[in-house]
Design a protein around this ligand. Structure first.
Ligand code: ATP
Ligand code: MG
Length: 543
């Protein structure tokens, strides 16, 4: 098979290829950021379907966010072609919805059951206490947790159903496995036999959802749960230039969960910039530094570039706005950055995590009794429902709801579950030529030529909540978040911190993040200081 011409596996290095070509059985791919885990996963699935004759309908690929699922589906379509339509690419929640829709009668729901948003759940809880679930289900509604819990209960109580789903999807893969929580883990155990074809991919050092119940322990015990699993480690990083990679590895080393964490730089980078470290007086100065540096990297011409879109930079970089990302720990940090970028005429897009149903008017418009009672397509019903509410709110609600309403045709149930599932106002478009503003959590899995990680301050990264005792495990998770952020960068990485910052309405002094001191000064340089200084001797500590 190795001698065959133009196999899909040719685009992989030998370790990746070995992983992608594992014939069957449980497979664990454990590897650091930028080593091509996601790439290996897509190639493995494509190889199974186009070169090994596995029907696409037998493959299930699971990820955590809608964004990641959409990206996976897109990459698969590029590799597999039209057959990709028969693959099931899902988030845990959308998989749960699918199983529940198929098995609705067994849990006393109709096939068109709705997914209640948090406010409805809260109202029922207030009214009925912890019996509220009955009320919810009686109204043909389920809540967000039900989407995974109910399929788990269903399957756990019926072996024939387990057999049904195992026969349906004999090939299951999960990206970012380090972030599964207990219910998701139980669902996977039910869907996959201990000797089944489950491919789990992940990096324990990028486990960042512990606060939401994820447990990296499930990843670490994969080989006990699935005895005889093949374990493949990937060690070449194709993403980041060497100083960035070295600095990131140094940053994670004190608490790494991976025994032999080594990452060899393997990208095709023409130059290797040091990691830029910037000390600012306050968050405005920090934000100006970001705007100024973007402008400089674009050749100081961002003002003129707005018409043409792409900027040649100094002729060597060829960067454009969408090559830049600004990452931060909390969304409230975005404001200063947005102001500075606006002043500099730099176009940007912020990935928002606000819940759609928190937006003025949306809840009023989407109130299920309203919509179900109305007639016509979902678009028509949404328009009718918007009639009755305050003008400005109606306008914003319509703007937010129309893309989803249009996709749903006549299916109100689909609209309502879409609303609950896609609960975030997420207009972030990876193709738009704009600088991306993202939280560190939202940056997982992504990569950008230039990354600014702002607010590297003690108390912010690691985050410390007032009045809370520092929990060492929580601090370790913050360090992993820092590692995730650093490893998004391909060519340039800037770590900045401000000596003072307004937090919760008060100006507070801040010390640099202790994580910075894990990074050797030999891979960093101080830049963008207000008062230009002579270059420091390499060995002097920066912090
Ligand atoms: P993360 O842990 O951040 O999710 P990952 O391990 O999933 O990272 P990918 O996103 O799959 O990594 O790959 C990182 C980058 O390296 C991508 O741009 C990918 O195309 C590139 N890459 C991976 N493997 C190779 C290869 N064998 N040859 C060339 N480029 C590669
Ligand atoms: Mg990945």
């Amino acid at each position: 098979q190795a001698g065959e011409a133009a196999s899909l596996l040719d685009g992989l290095d030998p370790d990746q290829r070995a992983a992608a070509a594992v014939p069957s059985g449980p497979l664990l791919i454990i590897a650091g950021p930028g080593t091509g885990k996601t790439r290996t996963l897509t190639h493995r699935i494509a190889h199974l379907v186009t070169e090994r004759g596995v029907p696409a309908s037998q493959c299930l690929a699971i990820t955590f966010t809608r964004r990641a699922a959409a990206e996976l589906a897109e990459r698969l379509e590029a590799l597999v072609g039209p057959q990709a339509r028969d693959l099931t690419v899902a988030t845990f929640h959308s998989l749960g919805v699918r199983i529940l829709r198929e098995q609705h009668a067994r849990v006393g729901l109709t096939a068109r059951f709705g997914i209640a948003d948090e406010t409805v759940v809260q109202e029922l809880r207030d009214e009925h206490g912890d019996t509220y679930k009955k009320e919810l289900h009686a109204r043909d509604l389920v809540d967000f947790d039900d989407l995974i819990e109910m399929p788990v209960d269903l399957l756990a109580g019926d072996t024939s159903l387990i057999e049904h789903y195992r026969a349906r999807w004999p090939w299951v893969s999960v990206d970012e496995y380090q972030d599964v929580d207990e219910t998701q883990y139980r669902l996977l155990r039910l869907l996959c036999a201990a000797d089944g074809n489950l491919t789990a991919i992940g990096d324990p050092d990028q486990a960042i959802y512990r606060f939401r119940g994820a447990d990296v322990g499930f990843f670490l015990r994969f080989q006990e749960d699935f005895p005889g699993a093949t374990r493949v480690q990937l060690g070449r990083n194709y993403r980041s230039s060497k100083h960035i990679l070295a600095g990131a590895v140094q940053a994670i080393t004190p608490t790494t969960l991976v025994e032999d964490r080594s990452l060899e730089p393997c990208g095709s980078h023409a130059e290797h910039a040091l990691i830029g470290v910037h000390h600012a007086i306050d968050e405005q100065a920090e934000a100006s530094f970001v705007a100024r540096t973007i402008d400089q990297l674009l050749g100081g011409s961002s003002f003129h570039s707005l018409d043409s879109g792409r900027v040649a930079g100094d002729g060597t970089q060829g960067l454009s706005f969408n090559d830049f990302a600004v990452l931060y720990r909390t969304s409230s940090q975005a404001r200063a950055v947005m102001e500075a970028l606006t002043r500099a005429g730099v176009p940007f897009q912020k990935r928002s995590h606000d819940r759609l149903t928190d937006r003025p008017g949306v809840r009023a418009v989407a109130r299920e009794l309203g919509l179900v009672g109305l007639h016509g397509s979902v678009v028509d019903r949404v328009r009718q429902a918007a009639h009755g509410i305050d003008d400005e709110d109606a306008f914003s609600a319509l703007e937010l709801l129309m893309p989803l309403a249009t996709r749903c045709g006549d299916d109100v149930a689909q609209f309502l579950s879409g609303l609950a599932l896609g609960a975030e106002v997420d207009t972030w478009d990876p193709r738009a030529d704009r600088v991306s503003l993202l939280t560190l959590h939202a940056s997982k899995g992504l990569e950008f030529p230039v990354v600014f990680l702002v607010g590297c301050e003690d108390g912010l990264l690691p985050m410390r909540w007032p009045g809370e005792d520092p929990d060492p495990e929580a601090v370790n998770e913050e360090r992993r978040l820092f590692f995730v952020g650093m490893t998004r960068a391909q060519q340039h990485l800037y770590l900045s911190h401000a000596a003072s910052r307004v937090r919760n309405g008060a100006t507070r002094k801040a010390a640099p993040s202790p994580f910075l001191s894990s990074i050797s000064p030999s891979v960093t340089e101080r830049i963008g200081e207000a008062v230009p200084k002579k270059r420091k001797p390499k060995q002097e500590s920066l912090f």
